[in-house]
Design a protein around this ligand. Sequence first.
Ligand SMILES: Nc1nc2c([nH]c(=O)n2[C@H]2C[C@H](O)[C@@H](COP(=O)(O)OP(=O)(O)OP(=O)(O)O)O2)c(=O)[nH]1
Length: 133
Amino acid sequence: MENRIVVGGALIHQGRVLAARRSAPPEVAGYWEFPGGKAEPGETQEQALERELHEELGVRARALRQLPGQWPIRAGLELRIWAAELVSGDPQPLEDHSELRWLGPTELADVDWLEHDREVLPHIARLLAEPRP
Ligand SMILES: Nc1nc2c([nH]c(=O)n2[C@H]2C[C@H](O)[C@@H](COP(=O)(O)OP(=O)(O)OP(=O)(O)O)O2)c(=O)[nH]1
């Protein structure tokens, strides 16, 4: 069976990134992640990410680029993390999350990330340091 991709979105807005605290399932509940989910068959990663961010947070977002790294989660499931930008809306924890936090460049280590997500934090720190238009 082909690997199914889980896309996590590092949603960036005004120099901060959104972290989301999972509410389920029990093995990951309480940990912080980049909101997202599984790509459906036929969907690109960008489409999956934009759909998931709309479903989970109620916002419109645009996928920007994939960050380095890919992590097997379990058999047949692999995580990729993308940078995304907020197009419109104010993120709300509509599904899967109990809490949301915008983190600035010096706050990235302030939440208890899922272990794979922790690995992309240096890339996120660099993105947040880029000058904004
Ligand atoms: N969404 C997301 N999942 C992550 C991240 N890091 C990480 O290890 N995971 C794991 C947790 C879950 O086991 C799996 C993703 O499942 P999910 O529950 O978000 O996917 P989904 O929304 O499509 O779920 P479902 O429709 O099948 O219920 O990947 C991350 O940054 N974002």
